[in-house]
Ligand binder design. Structure first.
Ligand SMILES: Cc1cc2nc3c(=O)[nH]c(=O)nc-3n(C[C@H](O)[C@H](O)[C@H](O)COP(=O)(O)O)c2cc1C
Length: 313
């Protein structure tokens, strides 16, 4: 049995964990307590229409509480969007200081801002007094050097952040190499804030070892690990999982039907479903034939046939 206080957060995975995925995932694979939504694309002087905010509209986020995420580094634009989100009822937003995508970091956004601590602090100085809600940060160990976050953290003690989520990689690593728990541990010594662990939790065993290593951590964020094994959050929480293949089939059917209605045309639909299967290593070791067949599908009929075979219908 997991200790009572374990809190699990579904990581934002842009392109996959949208509001439809989050809701259906929570319905079929319970275990998460909340989620952070993938970042809202930063826009200048935008009025942020309902369409741009569709992923965080309250009515599509009932199953799993969500915190919207902003990637902005422009104070006015950040505050503008935060006020829109407050109107929608949000009490907290998350600032993305971790995105490693070169298109983002080149603009000194996401992890690309970590080498410039004075800019981060100036941003917080200007934003926090006018922010109508709470703020948390999601970040990495640094962009180029692991010392970047270490030297920033004591300065962040002066700001009222709800928590800091740390993914134990550098921005320049993208998703290469492994998340570094030792470097994460060094961060804990430099902050008074509540810290959330993130990075490469892909099995219950790994999670339990991290729990022993970091007894002071109660909140854990998991992304690719649950895309690979959708039962991981249930396993960690000690929830029963009975007929796993049937559970997966039900989830898949609802997800497919949902995207079929929402996405225009089979190529978008199949593209989205292939992404989902690509992560599903628990059922689909990379060498397995069904995955290779799915990758080759060009039509909905072909796809349906391979999926039916997989679920042995
Ligand atoms: C395709 C992809 C998209 C991601 N999108 C976001 C995002 O929008 N916001 C964010 O903070 N992190 C994003 N991340 C990072 C994850 O939230 C998470 O920090 C990272 O994958 C490490 O955790 P994991 O090993 O549990 O997946 C993304 C990761 C991937 C692989």
């Amino acid at each position: 049995m997991a200790p009572q206080q374990t809190v699990l957060v579904l990581a934002p995975i842009r392109g996959i964990t949208d509001c439809h995925f989050r809701s259906l995932f929570q319905k079929h694979f319970p275990g998460f307590d909340s989620a952070i939504a993938p970042f809202i694309n930063p826009q200048r002087y935008s009025s942020f229409s309902q369409k741009q905010l569709k992923d965080v509209l309250p009515e599509v986020n009932i199953a799993l509480p969500v915190v919207p995420q902003l990637l902005h580094t422009n104070v006015q634009d950040f505050l503008f969007l935060a006020h829109r989100l407050e109107e929608l009822g949000y009490k907290e937003v998350n600032w993305n200081l971790g995105c490693p995508a070169p298109m983002v970091t080149i603009k000194h956004r996401g992890s690309g801002l970590l080498p410039y601590p004075e800019q981060i602090l100036r941003f917080l100085d200007q934003v926090i007094p006018k922010l109508p809600m709470k703020l948390s940060i999601k970040t990495r160990l640094g962009y180029k050097e692991k010392g970047e976050l270490l030297s920033l953290l004591p300065h962040l003690d002066h700001y009222p952040l709800t928590e800091i989520i740390i993914h134990g990689r550098l921005g320049k690593q993208l998703y290469r190499g492994e998340s570094d728990p030792e470097a994460f541990g060094r961060c804990l010594e430099c902050t008074k804030h509540t810290i959330v662990y993130n990075g490469d939790i892909d099995s219950e065993k790994k999670f339990r070892n991290l729990q022993v290593q970091f007894p002071g951590i109660h909140k854990w964020m998991i992304g690719r690990g649950v895309l690979g094994n959708p039962f991981l959050a249930s396993e960690i929480k000690g929830l029963e999982t009975n007929n796993r293949l049937e559970q997966l089939e039900n989830f898949h059917r609802e997800l497919y039907d949902c995207y079929k209605e929402l996405l225009s045309g089979p190529s978008h639909l199949l593209g989205r479903m292939k992404q989902f299967w690509a992560y599903l290593s628990f059922f689909f070791p990379p060498q397995q034939k069904s995955w290779k067949k799915i990758k080759k599908c060009r039509t909905e009929a072909q796809y349906q046939q391979v999926v039916d075979d997989f679920f042995q219908k």
